[in-house]
Design a protein around this ligand. Sequence first.
Ligand code: PEP
Ligand code: CO
Length: 446
Amino acid sequence: MDDWSPESWKGADVRQQPTYGDPAAVESVAARLGALPPLVTSWEVETLKGQLASAARGERFVLQGGDCAESFAECTSDSITAKLKILLQMSLVLTHSLKKRVIRVGRFAGQYAKPRSSDTETRNGESLPSYRGDLVNSLEFTAEAREPDPINLLRGYQRSALTLNFIRGLIDGGFADLHHPEYWNLDFVDHSQNAAEYQRRVESIADSLRFMETLAGVEVGQIDRVDFYTSHEALHLVYEQAQTRTVPRRVGWYNLATHLPWIGLRTAFPGSAHIEYARGIRNPLGVKVGAGMKPADIAHLVDVLNPDGEEGRLALIHRCGAEKVAEELPPILRAVCATGKPVLWICDPMHGNTKSTGEGMKTRAFSAILSELEQAFDIHAANGTILGGVHFELTGEDVTECVGGARGLDERGLRRAYRSQVDPRLNYEQALEMALLVGRKGAVTS
Ligand code: PEP
Ligand code: CO
């Protein structure tokens, strides 16, 4: 590719990177990272690309979800299994309603770097570097914790590897086998108001599996095999570059730190270093769009990131907000369609719907999240495009960060278990309910 190299991003407009006190230490960590084995393989990356191509055609549906930011402290067995369980349950509900295979993409095994609106944070007159995710520094408001430490890049890589290793082991061992959805039950599921509907669907899927197996006389291997792919925001360019490699018998460069890197809204502007980096790798890419980005700029991004019109290469993840999506999305769809390039459309109904409570807590309303998604299905249908996936911030745990949902969590209830270090996530019950409602809407629209 003409003038691209894994470090050509350095010549573009570089934003959202930490300032390290010792640049030589960063170089040395990057060299160590580059010598370690990759976290994912080019085979998996290419398989995912093929699946995303079919989602863009409406044959599959993408469920992308996980924490806003993973934390090193929560790289634990319980937290990882809870995340897998909720994604499995949601995907089962979506498969059942949409009658399509669901591609599961976690925001995990590497979602450790966060963009910030300001380089510094000031409290009581003291200014310190902003928290940029555990890949960079620590949340605690002390000078020591907030100093970016390059060793965190290695720690993040290691925790990504530990997470992925555990996920692969669980899946190979049968944890995700559709014959055994009882493995995915979370302790509090029985108290959930959606438990009965979920159980009905589980039984109906188990019945159909048994029926097909009786007909075929064999296990339905292709159907009951469940894959998980990883994704994270490709934000820290030294980290991403260090894991960008060539592989034998394939052309081009792959980011082997994750299957599906995405570019966040704050770094998707024309001339951005992140776009320059992303255009040269062979992975499928996500790009967040919306919130006032010009449709013409988005169309230009499509041409830059997918000049050959490769299917499955590019997912545009729109995050306009429930109040703006009706106005903002149609011009984006028209501009992108005019490029003639295939695009997978995914709706992120979280990031355009963040609000602060009177007490200054960040929250999102279940109703706004659902409304943006429902509108998105209709807007795509009206414009002749296909909504091929959804992107959520969620957790398999019983946190209280988003308001609303069947249990009617209100602002006063947020304090009980507000644990997010960054954005508010749907809790287990809200996530499952969302899947039930989205499945219902998707089934009538598509
Ligand atoms: C995110 O996905 O956590 C995020 C920061 O999103 P966006 O880039 O869309 O604001
Ligand atoms: Co977020």
